[in-house]
Ligand binder design. Sequence first.
Ligand code: GDP
Length: 307
Amino acid sequence: VETMNIFKQFQSGLKKTSNFLSTNIVDALKSKKIDQETLDEIETILLSSDIGLEVTNHLIQKIQSTKNFKSENANSVLKLLANELELILQPREKPLLTSRDYQPTILIFIGVNGSGKTTTIGKLINIIPNDKKILVGACDTFRAAAVDQLKKWTKNQKVDFHQGSLEQDPASVAYSVCQKAQKEQYDYVIIDTAGRLSNNTNLLNQLVKIKSVISKKINADNIKTILVLDGTNGSNMVNQVETFGQSMNVSGLIITKIDGTAKGGALISVAKKFEFPIHFVGLGEKAEDLFEFNAKKFSHSMLGIEE
Ligand code: GDP
């Protein structure tokens, strides 16, 4: 029953993308054999959903090489596409939290402002089992509003919160958070960071410093750096992974706001281009709208296929 419901969540979260893709693809296949014109039409549709050129070409080839599709077979074309996308997405599945996580495990959240960091942290608190002790640290010491918003999430969900003073060095806040976590035996420490423009080199320096300070106290294996991306941002996501991925040694991605776009295919271009795991996707604004990334559910929901 649980799995069923989660499939429904993916279907409703991906509704905008699946409406766009399935309606247009079914339309393109109406009353025609699959000829070059049809393939060109499908190619345009796939590209418009931000799946990317490489994946689009691959999908078109797959359709082409399956000779015996008839016009009435639109559904089998959608299924074929979903299965191919699933193969691309499969290697990106990797849970963020495991039963082997050390105490404390540090989760550093990075990403540009507005990508959904704060909201995602709030949702993640909701997912972590109740018997785990959680400490949230606000290292964006230059934006009081951001700190307040994060504090509200922690208050609502009754987990501990640590903030520094206004404009305190974010790395020193991170240090005290880790110290507190070790002393008071927290299971998970979630650290929020500032997120001004990704091409701001000072930001990158600051993030590197935060991480190196944490590494002085915590074994590197127990630190996970999560890059949060706004799923409505299309090709900008690729730029952000390029900026942060290497220099911050990112462990995985969370892609938010999938529910807000018809271009959910952008997640696929990221999955194709980079080997970073995709831990979670955000499918709405509420505390329960964060879902562990699942290749099958994502790919099939994207094409409007019921399971
Ligand atoms: P931050 O600046 O990175 O901390 O971003 P916020 O967490 O403040 O999020 C920016 C906006 O995006 C807020 O209005 C959130 O409610 C919204 N948001 C975050 N995640 C999602 C999501 O998965 N779906 C939708 N529809 N909105 C989201």
